[in-house]
Design a protein around this ligand. Structure first.
Ligand code: AMP
Length: 236
């Protein structure tokens, strides 16, 4: 087993030595052939979706309803949840909903936030890391796709960082907004403004998938193929 890997899990990246495509079947016991023709025992393969969302609940009950609805979609598709590890706000509502439905939740929280007693103590796995940077790196590594539910600047910063990495071609995983009750409409309009002002390519703008329904967003993730084009406008 590769160093640092959690026992009981085998990542396809470790078997194929390349990025895991979104389409790879995700769960169960069995054997997988490597490129060299050898067969590896796969005890469990879990695909996980990382969700960034508010440490507050917001004004509308629709936000919590959407978090619970996303939880149902994740569990019914046998997708694990990766999130910020707190038991506050929409973050806590989402994690508790996944756990209540029997789903798998990994929380990744920096020591400083865990010490403020916001860490969720009942998760399938809680990873306490040294810094916000380490948290985001682990969340990115653990997940096959990234969703933002409504939230504040923490949520925006996290989804935009991972979206930026996608735009630079550092990963090929889907990123999306769950636009509950038009919460992200102004942000989407601003991105379109960025395209009009030629700071953002339309193809890159299109890499941030937007849906109002969690099932449709996850279907869009399944169908997602990132564009192959350079980042800089005017240089290609
Ligand atoms: P915000 O949207 O500003 O409420 O920030 C939420 C995002 O930032 C989450 O996705 C978390 O990863 C992180 N975050 C902000 N506040 C906390 C907190 N008190 N506990 C854990 N994570 C937090």
């Amino acid at each position: 087993m590769p160093a640092g890997q959690k026992s009981g899990f085998v990542r396809l990246t470790d078997i194929f030595h390349e990025r895991m495509p979104w389409e790879v079947p995700v769960q169960g016991l069995g054997f997988i052939a490597s490129r060299e023709g050898r067969f590896h025992r796969v005890r469990e393969i879990v695909q996980r979706i990382c969700v960034f969302t508010g440490s507050s609940v917001g004004t509308r009950s629709d936000y919590a309803l959407a978090a619970r609805s996303l939880a149902r979609e994740l569990v019914s598709r046998e997708l694990g949840l990766v999130y910020g590890g707190a038991n506050v706000g929409l973050m806590g509502i989402l994690a508790n909903a996944v756990l209540d439905l029997g789903g798998h939740v990994i929380g990744v929280i920096p020591e400083s936030l865990a010490a403020e007693e916001v860490a969720h103590e009942q998760l399938s796995e809680l990873r306490i890391v040294n810094s916000m940077h380490e948290r985001k790196a682990q969340m990115a590594e653990l997940s096959s796709g990234f969703i933002a539910l409504p939230g504040g600047v923490g949520t925006l910063e996290e989804i935009f960082e991972i979206f930026t990495w996608a735009q630079l071609g550092l990963h090929r995983k889907p990123c999306g907004l769950l636009d509950v009750q038009g919460y992200f409409d102004l942000l989407i309009a601003f991105l379109d403004h960025g395209v009009n002002e030629r700071f953002l390519k339309p193809e890159h703008r299109g890499m941030l998938l937007v849906e109002q329904d969690p099932g449709r967003l996850l279907d869009a993730f399944n169908a997602y193929t990132p564009p192959d084009l350079g980042k800089w406008i005017g240089r290609d």
